[in-house]
Ligand binder design. Structure first.
Ligand code: ZN
Length: 66
């Protein structure tokens, strides 16, 4: 659930970033959630609602290297 998201978590979005990457790391929490693309380093901000809609999977911190 997005409500349990924490800084450092990795998430996978339904739609690929233009760089081809699907995985993002949470870098900021607040009214908007900051995400950094793990493939190209691009930073975006999404509202929690947007993130919930776009997110496919969430990996708890330390569990994304698999
Ligand atoms: Zn990217």
């Amino acid at each position: 659930m997005v409500s349990e998201i924490k800084v450092g978590d990795k998430v996978r979005l339904r739609k690929a970033h233009p760089c081809g990457g699907y995985e993002w790391e949470v870098v900021r929490l607040g009214a908007d959630i900051g995400l950094v693309c793990l493939t190209c380093g691009h930073k975006v901000f999404l509202s929690r609602r947007d993130l919930q809609r776009r997110m496919k999977e969430q990996f708890p911190k330390g569990d994304a290297a698999k």
